[in-house]
Design a protein around this ligand. Structure first.
Ligand code: DGJ
Length: 557
């Protein structure tokens, strides 16, 4: 009798517990990459996800107390994902004894602030070097051997040729991924993993230790030869350039196949790093198969030879070797601090690589680069480095404005990526002060320009355009003007039917002013423009604000 009376209470308790845990937890599929239309997109929480990211400084995630003040500000800055380091020395302080407190704190704090995480595994290497390995590994340098430079001196870099080094890293990374499966598969807070950080040998094109020399004097592994021979038609020009010197030899030692010198040493090094990182990636995915990427320290203008930059890393010219050696890695990502941003994006979208930029600049430059990467190259996201210290004045931060604007319209951006109805330009006075793109039924000429009353002209600008229909467009930009001309047969001149200012909130257009007269771009040389079949009216964006312009075009003659 007692039991029967208690029963409804127990049922209610179970129901409440269940509904609470349903709110907290999710049953969505693990985050993954998916081809949607012409774009490859990251799917998280069951839908396409555009990473509006920011990477923390290297040591920030090691202290929960230190991070406390930054979390609210990160969320307020329009970000939806934080890139945070998980360092090996903290999670395996003693061999085989794991402590994931740092990870659990990150998970809890990210969830509290409604942010996703992309974790960076600072394992065997961080910026080429091995500063993040546990102390017990550092001191046991005979068991965990280092790279030796050309002069025979040891560098503070674990050699990628040692199976002891690899086994230890595989064990630790696997334990991390197992832990994430156990504690996060109900939440899906972590959406991607970066395996190591900017790997490669700094200081020497290749390792000259005994194990490395033995590998160097052995035949090139057949896996690499088979990949190169099997993909010969699609290899990068850089690979062809090196391999052609031997007449495309398909057997022999590294020097016999790739010729003597730095290029050969670099390919040899790249192959062994790629194999090492692939083994870690594969083992990690066997526990919890999140998308996994590697990032590259790029070749800088002053670099003369591999080793000045990390030799063997996934630099743009090495991507064939990495594809051959690390097929389980999903994305090869550039950390772009150089001004030739658009050129580097192009290099990293060759051979179907999907673009993601885990490190870059913030500020006005970063805002332009972000819109360019997602609009021109369908990047799955962007992430300025050291974001927590760059957003103290969030009301005046251009990157924050860009993220807030984009976060209201991500469904539109992601659909436009999928359908090929988005494009962007990145203009600079010295590289390309103007550029024309075609979308829908029109051509759009973007030119650098200041505000209507600007005195000195700006030296850079950017613009993004999304077509809603063949004659209606969402436009945005900073320091640019946009004029139009027809791209399809029909009446020869393009004009503005109407322009509205506004923004998207939760994916819905919110109308602002109707713009006309002084508030659009007016070229009073109208008659002359009409004679050239060009519009005399267009759009103008001064220094970026948070509003878009939605324009409907028409044609006449
Ligand atoms: C590139 C590295 O990957 C980051 O961890 C950080 O050290 C930055 N450089 C600093 O600019």
């Amino acid at each position: 009798m007692k039991i029967i009376r208690l029963f409804p209470g127990i049922v209610l308790l179970i129901a409440l517990t269940f509904s609470y845990s349903c709110k907290e937890q999710t049953t969505t599929r693990i985050p993954h990459l998916e081809k949607r239309g012409i774009a490859t997109q990251l799917i998280a929480d069951g839908k396409p996800f555009l990473v509006l990211g920011g990477e923390l400084h290297n040591s920030s995630s090691s202290s929960r107390e230190y991070m406390k003040e930054f979390w609210p500000q990160l969320r307020a800055s329009g970000m939806n994902a934080v890139l945070a380091a998980v360092e090996w020395s903290l999670v395996e302080p003693e061999e085989g004894r794991f402590n994931f407190t740092v990870v659990d704190n990150l998970l809890e704090d990210a969830r509290t602030h409604d942010l996703k995480l992309i974790l960076l595994w600072f394992g065997s290497w961080k910026n080429g070097q091995s500063h993040y390995i546990p102390g017990w590994m550092k001191s046991d340098y005979r068991r965990f051997p280092r790279v030796k430079a050309e002069n025979g001196k040891s560098l503070e870099i674990l050699t990628p040729h040692s199976s002891e080094n690899l086994d230890a890293d595989v064990k630790a990374y696997t334990a991390l991924m197992r832990h994430l499966r156990e504690v996060d598969s109900g939440f899906r807070t972590v959406i991607m993993m970066q395996v190591e950080n900017e790997v490669g040998i700094l200081g020497s094109p290749r390792d000259h230790s005994d194990i490395a020399n033995a590998a160097f004097n052995s035949p090139v592994p057949m896996e690499l030869i088979n990949y190169l021979a099997g993909n010969r038609e699609n290899l990068l020009t850089e690979t062809i350039g090196v391999w052609s010197a031997s007449g495309f030899k398909t057997s022999g030692t590294w020097e016999e196949v790739f010729g003597k010198g730095d290029k050969c040493d670099e390919i040899f090094t790249g192959w062994y790093y790629a194999r090492y990182l692939n083994a870690i990636t594969r083992a990690g995915k066997s526990e919890y198969p999140l998308p996994m990427f590697v990032n590259a320290w790029l070749v800088q203008q002053s670099d003369l030879r591999p080793g000045d930059y990390p030799s063997g890393g996934p630099q743009a010219h090495m991507l064939d070797i990495w594809r051959a050696g690390a097929p389980d890695v999903d994305l090869y990502c550039p950390d772009i601090y150089r001004p030739v941003f658009s050129e580097l994006c192009s290099l990293y979208t060759r051979n179907n690589n999907t673009l993601f930029i885990p490190e870059a600049r913030a500020g006005e430059q970063g805002a332009g680069q972000f819109f360019y990467a997602i609009g021109r190259h369908n990047s799955i996201g962007y992430s300025p480095f050291g974001f927590e210290s760059r957003t103290t004045d969030i009301d005046n931060d251009p990157m924050t404005r860009a993220y807030l604007l984009a976060s209201g319209m991500t469904p539109l951006i992601l659909d436009a990526q999928k359908n090929g109805t988005i494009n962007s330009v990145l203009l600079s006075e010295d590289l390309n002060p103007s550029e024309e793109v075609t979308l829908g039924d029109y051509k759009f000429l973007f030119e650098i320009s200041g505000g209507r009353r600007a005195q000195a002209g700006p030296s850079a600008g950017y613009g993004m355009i999304i077509s809603l229909t063949p004659d209606e467009f969402i436009t945005y930009g900073s320091n640019i003007r946009i004029s139009f001309s027809p791209a399809t047969p029909g009446p020869a001149i393009a004009g503005i039917s109407r322009v509205d200012e506004g923004k998207y909130e939760n994916g819905k257009w919110t109308q602002g002013r109707r713009l006309n007269g002084d508030d659009i771009m007016l070229d009073y040389d109208l008659a002359k423009k009409a004679l050239e079949n060009k519009t005399g009216t267009g759009l103008r964006f001064g220094t970026a604000n948070q509003l878009l312009q939605r324009v409907k075009l028409y044609r006449y003659e």
